[in-house]
Design a protein around this ligand. Structure first.
Ligand SMILES: [Mg+2]
Length: 371
């Protein structure tokens, strides 16, 4: 089995409602899809998502595609995808950073290698520990009444009983009030966490986290900017409520520093920001060694990218904070023939060959800028 071609597509898919974060409101989500084809025509597919161009992180869809085409693809052509670990070692020796780009090509090779062996991708990652994982939902409509309505509806449907609130945009104190109203409405049936997406300074964080802790919030995600490791350490020391590192926890080296200095005491995993599925497992191991809780994060991938994340999360022992792999529910349409299954408050780990998803090529063409 030798890789013949690597094709990278950028797709823009509308969402079912606006999704408001501190730095951007998503109404159309941009994803990058990789297709790796071997000589006999068997294809491996994978996806990474980005949020708001360059507003969330450095990895824009356009840069991901350009850097794969120019600098990463030459390292894949003619190679056996079953050797994805060695190939990624070679890629990492030649290409710095570019975690999203590395993640999507590595995952596409794993999909292809697993399909070649007719096994699920998680079998190539040590095998699954979980058949399903708890699934949080993000209440981010921007309106307290609508969020409460949405939370009650999903509790009734047994879809979610962990709710994360995006509170980085607007007045911090009004946002705290918004959180406390939601806890008052559904807090007896659900766990409520918050994600600040780096929006506060340390003084604001000190006031707001005190009120949130008092009000019963069960985790505070990335309250301070990525650079403020010392501030994150002071908050972790001061408060009982867990402080999660997300945007500040990318490479294994960053996560090691967070663990060493306790700049947070739990970590949000995301294969794209760590640079692939193998790197995600390394990050999880550092967190486990530090006694940190884990959260299975999302960049809001569609069904394909969600299956990629679910396949590696299934091989990791414990997710104290559950996962947020709700991406497919936020998209108006999907690029796979089959769907990721959600039942009884959990995401079901896909079981078919590779990542278990069958690509709908017409949908890929329909939403792609370049296919
Ligand atoms: Mg986050």
């Amino acid at each position: 089995m030798k890789i013949r071609s690597v094709d990278i597509y950028i797709l823009d898919i509308p969402t079912v409602r606006p999704h408001q974060l501190a730095m951007h409101t998503i109404v159309e989500q941009s994803i990058v899809v990789a297709r790796v084809t071997e000589e006999a025509g068997l294809e491996g597919w994978a996806e990474v998502a980005t949020i708001g161009g360059a507003s969330y992180g450095e990895g824009t869809p356009e840069a991901i595609k350009a850097n794969i085409d120019q600098y990463i693809t030459p390292h894949l052509i003619g190679k056996n995808p079953k050797h994805f670990s060695k190939i990624m070692f070679e890629v990492s020796s030649a290409v710095r950073g570019n975690h999203f780009a590395k993640a999507v090509v590595e995952a596409a090779m794993i999909d292809l290698a697993a399909k070649g062996k007719e096994v699920p991708a998680y079998e190539l990652l040590g095998g699954k520990i979980h058949d399903s994982l708890p699934l949080a939902w993000t209440l981010a409509s921007g309106d307290t009444g609508k969020d409460i309505e949405e939370a009650k509806e999903f509790l009734q449907q047994k879809r979610h009983k962990i709710f994360k609130l995006k509170i980085g945009k607007g007045d911090p104190y009004k946002n705290v009030d918004h959180v406390l109203k939601i806890i008052a409405a559904v807090g007896d049936q659900a766990r409520v966490t918050v994600d600040v997406n780096q929006a506060w300074d340390e003084t604001t964080a000190n006031y707001c986290i005190e009120a949130l802790q008092e009000g019963g919030v069960s985790m505070v995600e990335q309250p301070l900017p990525t650079w403020n490791y010392e501030g994150m350490a002071r908050l972790t020391e001061r408060f009982k409520v867990p402080i999660m590192a997300d945007e500040s926890a990318n490479s294994v080296h960053e996560v090691y520093q967070i663990a060493k200095h306790r700049s947070g005491n739990c970590i949000a995993l995301k294969p794209c920001k760590h640079g692939g599925l193998l790197e995600t497992k390394k990050v999880a191991a550092i967190a486990e060694g530090a006694g940190f809780g884990l959260y299975g994060g999302t960049m809001i991938e569609s069904s394909l990218g969600t299956a990629v994340c679910a396949s590696v999360y299934a091989t990791i022992p414990a997710f104290e904070f559950g996962t947020e792999l709700f991406g497919p529910m936020l998209f108006k349409d999907q690029i796979t023939v089959n769907e990721v299954k959600f039942e009884n408050y959990e995401i079901v780990i896909p079981d078919g060959p590779g990542f278990g998803m069958e690509i709908d090529i017409d949908k890929v063409k329909h939403y792609s800028r370049n296919c």
